[in-house]
Design a binder for this molecule. Sequence first.
Ligand code: PGA
Length: 260
Amino acid sequence: MVQRLIVAGNWKMHGDRAMVDAYARELAACVEGSDHAGVGVWLFPPAPYLLSLANALAEAGAKEVSVGVQNVHEAASGAFTGEMSAAMAADCGAQLVLVGHSERRTLFGESDELVAAKARAVIDAGLTPVICVGESLDERRGGEAMARVRAQLEPVLASLAAGEVERSVIAYEPVWAIGTGETATPEIAQEMHAGISEHLLARKISARPPILYGGSVKASNAEQLFAQPDIDGALVGGASLAVTDFAGIIAAAQLKQNRA
Ligand code: PGA
């Protein structure tokens, strides 16, 4: 069962074994005893560290923190050198998979259709996909932000049943806000999240999945973002690499949880 409020950390291609152990111990100390029940804390390390991070978190007493991978191949197995399947990620402790992150789309040429095929594969392996969508700066300036996000969602909605979409997570990450230090204002993010919700409702997704905001989320802006009614947490890149920053974002989600 996916929590309603989620703070997810995407390490991208950062970290090493020493970081994994220290991070797990520090995070366990931060979340232990802090009343964070109801807020999902998810981590996406580079795949080679998945199992050791899962083990280190369990040893440190942070069993409730879930781990996942940043990408999978859409096939279950085969001659695809350098790739891994969702089932393999599950076998190594993953519960979650990022799908269609903007870096995968722009740097590795992943199309909307490929992203949908990956979401399908993740569901088939019994894992939860975090399906990332978001417009570029040109698309925003051209007034096409919502149309672009809808176009990204369309193949996903065609390949997943309504119940499967309801069990997934969506991350709205405007490309112009990722790694740039420029966060969408809470109003812009809320407008987009509400637009995504409406689109899902129109497509008969009645229990809408959590919609996370991503793009330069920090401890200092998380509370304002989470105050918006349709923002159900954050997908955090840079600020997830230091436990104190990440813990500050978890604390902001906890505030929202306590007010609910
Ligand atoms: P950022 O990355 O927080 O460093 O902007 C977000 C993401 O890419 O998911």
